[in-house]
Design a protein around this ligand. Structure first.
Ligand code: SAH
Length: 217
């Protein structure tokens, strides 16, 4: 390997190191992080900071999540290879690309057409054939594709949206940041049982708000 390529491999490894430091142990998740280059999901001068364990700005006033948080959420979802996953909040597409390495099929939805288009470009460049990105209001879920084994919401809701709870298969898991936009939010793990829903609080987080309706860009 030439020195420049070796330096890139080493730089990319920083994301796996950050995930491990945050407590992530699932080898499938760590392999997925290693296999997806975060730089492909960033533009301009932010691309140079792709391997820092920090959220960064993306178009439409949104943010790509912090890599260690992407890793923690992916692990908390307990995804099996046969699962169908819904992500609400495509953003850059980075989280969806990680999920595509863990699940059979991933649907991801964002309210900004620009973000969906650019994420589709990155999925194409990576030849990820099992991710479908769509423009829509994710608070309504995707009734045509439901039920889902796993749902990940990557924007903060004041309450878990009821259409998403309804579209979660029995035995299914949903991870959602809950709380107001201007406050610290809590990452909540919802498990659907035969009797109803169990809620577990995982950790404090900070996400952009989940907004109803489509975005204009
Ligand atoms: N998962 C992303 C980061 C998401 S940022 C990544 O890996 O880069 C949160 C995203 O949620 C933003 O792109 C925002 O447009 C989107 N969003 C907010 N409300 C939404 C809604 N109701 N439906 C779909 N997307 C929504």
């Amino acid at each position: 390997m030439d020195p420049a390529a070796a330096a890139r491999v080493e730089e990319r490894a920083r994301i796996v190191i950050a995930a491990r430091a945050a407590g992530v142990r699932d080898s499938r998740v760590l392999n997925a992080l290693e296999g997806i280059d975060r730089r492909l999901f960033l533009k301009g001068h932010f691309a140079a900071r792709a391997y820092e364990d920090t959220p960064l700005p993306i178009p439409c006033g949104q943010t790509i999540s912090q890599p260690s948080v992407v890793a923690l959420m992916s692990e908390a979802l307990e995804i099996a290879p046969g699962h169908t996953v819904l992500e609400v909040g495509t953003g850059s597409g980075y989280q969806a690309a990680i999920l595509s390495r863990l699940a059979r099929r991933v649907y991801t939805v964002d309210r900004f057409p620009t973000l969906v288009r650019e994420a589709q470009g990155a999925f194409g460049a990576l030849k990820l054939a099992n991710v479908v990105a769509m423009v829509g209001d994710g608070t309504r879920g995707l009734p045509m594709q439901a039920p889902f084994d796993r749902i990940l919401v990557t924007a903060a809701a004041e309450d878990p949206p009821s259409p998403l709870l309804a579209q979660l298969r029995e035995g299914g898991v949903m991870i959602v940041p809950v709380g107001r936009d201007d406050a610290v939010q809590t990452l909540v793990k919802v498990r659907r049982t035969s009797a109803g829903f169990d809620y577990e609080e995982l950790r404090p987080v900070r996400f952009v708000p989940l907004l109803e309706g489509l975005g204009h860009d």
